[in-house]
Design a protein around this ligand. Structure first.
Ligand SMILES: Cc1ncc(COP(=O)(O)O)c(C=O)c1O
Length: 457
């Protein structure tokens, strides 16, 4: 059959609230044109993030009832630990309340002033945690990842030649860890090939640099490897996942993505001493090492989700449904980052509204317009998130001005996506009338979450 259907039936539903354009205008004003400051109730289709927004399965909800809430040594921890170890092979599995908690612990131990941390592309919290430790976060995306129009199989790859050059320049002793983000979220949800993971790992290991995966979307990445890297076409998905992790010395993971849960994460690693130090830090802020900021029921749901995510019918539907949205937009001439990524479609705001200059945040303008037009919440990944002012006060734009339409897992059906397409096309039709924005208030870090905006008149 040609039609790929959602590989699940819907047992429990949540109503969507509809609003008028006038109501949304008031909501925008109250939220200072920052969609992070808008109540979810006022959103019709929420594509802000795929993180923590999955629909859990009946088996996951059943697991919640089985959760063992013992403070120490809960049965649910051992189930969680066994499942994570089966997939990753790492000796030490340390639960955390979400991905950034694992990052904070890792960088508190390995970062610090004078240290350099390379990544194919740091996610915002990863960069913030590295920099908060005093280290310098360096992005090393492969050149093809920088061209939004180019269609290539593995645009999430790391530039491994640049990694070699960086090591030669700064010295391996100043690089306490190298991270590979799979899939590459800040780079457009693009996958990383097994060949690239293997090469980066070999370079790091030859210099004694620990190599870690930022593994939030490991299953989506493995699916792309199976479909696009010829040698893996007949390799079972789980074996691909295990091979990815075997290249690494550890991983940080936000379980809110490919573990199909609403909250959770972990730090996993092989180094005994580092693991002991990580557990000591964990106890200070996250909790005892067998729950690490999570309830026993959360650990059950993660263990179950890690099983379900490797269902090939699910991954086929998942990647195809994101591609469907991308294909329709491309067919209508809407500029998007190509090819479609694993968890999201990224609109190229720089091309969508070329009359709005980067210093007037074209991505933010598009985010606001999508909400105003159809109640769709998206997120800017451009100069609001990554732009900055240099020490002289001059504006330094982000490399790309993108708007991410992230697709929550197992939440929306094809008709929801058809509605999204209609709204994007309506905005595209009257793009000439869209205006830029200016920041009227911003915090010192991660400004996109809480900054206040006003339209440029
Ligand atoms: C690539 C990547 N790394 C790390 C994180 C942080 O995870 P969390 O939101 O669970 O703290 C995210 C979250 O979106 C992510 O996409």
């Amino acid at each position: 059959m040609k039609t790929i259907i959602e590989p699940f039936k819907i047992k429990s539903v949540e109503p969507i609230r509809f609003s008028t354009r006038e109501e949304r205008e008031v909501v925008l004003l109250r939220g200072h044109y920052n969609l992070f400051l808008v109540p979810a109730e006022d959103v019709t289709i929420d594509l802000l993030t795929d993180s923590g927004t999955s629909a859990m399965s009946a088996a996951q909800w059943a697991g919640m009832m089985l959760g063992d809430e013992s403070y120490a040594g809960a049965r649910s921890f051992y189930r969680f630990e066994a499942k994570v170890r089966e997939l990753t092979g790492f000796r030490h599995i340390i639960p955390t309340h979400q991905g950034r908690a694992a990052e904070r612990i890792l960088f508190s131990l390995l970062g610090g002033p004078g240290k350099i941390i390379p990544n194919n592309s740091h996610f915002d919290t990863t960069r913030a945690n590295a920099e908060f430790s005093g280290a310098e976060a360096v992005d090393l995306p492969a050149p093809e990842g920088l061209d939004p129009e180019l269609v290539a199989d593995f645009k999430g790859n790391m530039d491994t030649a640049a990694l070699g050059t960086l090591i030669a320049q700064v010295g391996a002793g100043n690089i306490p860890v190298c991270i590979m983000t799979v899939t590459n979220n800040s780079g457009g949800g693009q996958p990383v090939s097994m060949e690239n993971i293997r090469t980066a790992s070999a370079i790091c290991r030859s210099h004694g640099i620990p190599f870690f995966l930022d593994a939030c979307r490991f299953a989506e990445n493995a699916w792309f490897i199976k479909k696009r890297e010829r040698a893996y076409a007949d390799v079972p998905l789980k074996a691909i996942v295990q091979e990815m992790f075997a290249c690494a010395d550890g991983a940080t993971m936000s379980a809110k993505k490919d573990a199909l849960v609403n909250m959770g994460g972990f730090l996993a690693l092989n180094d005994d001493t580092l693991a002991m130090r990580a557990r000591n830090l964990l106890i200070i802020t996250e909790g005892f090492p067998t729950y690490g900021g999570l309830a026993g029921r959360d650990l059950e749901a993660i263990a179950q989700g890690l099983d379900e995510i490797l269902d090939e019918n699910y991954l086929h539907y998942r990647i195809r449904s994101v591609e469907y949205l991308g294909e329709r937009l491309i067919a209508a001439g809407v500029p998007i980052l190509r090819p479609p990524g694993g968890h999201a479609i990224y609109l190229n705001a720089r091309k969508f509204i070329p009359h709005v200059p980067p210093e007037q945040f074209p991505g933010q303008s598009l985010v606001v317009e999508l909400y105003r037009t159809g109640g769709i919440r998206s997120v800017e990944i451009g100069s609001v998130m990554f732009g900055r002012n240099d020490p002289g006060g001059a504006f330094v734009p982000a490399r790309m001005e993108l708007v991410r339409l992230a697709i929550p897992r197992r939440v929306y059906t094809q008709s929801h996506i058809d509605y999204v397409i209609e709204v994007v096309l309506e905005c595209f039709g009257r793009r000439q009338s869209m205006k830029g924005y200016r920041i009227v208030e911003e915090p010192p870090m991660l400004r996109h979450f809480t900054a206040k905006f006003a339209p440029v008149e």
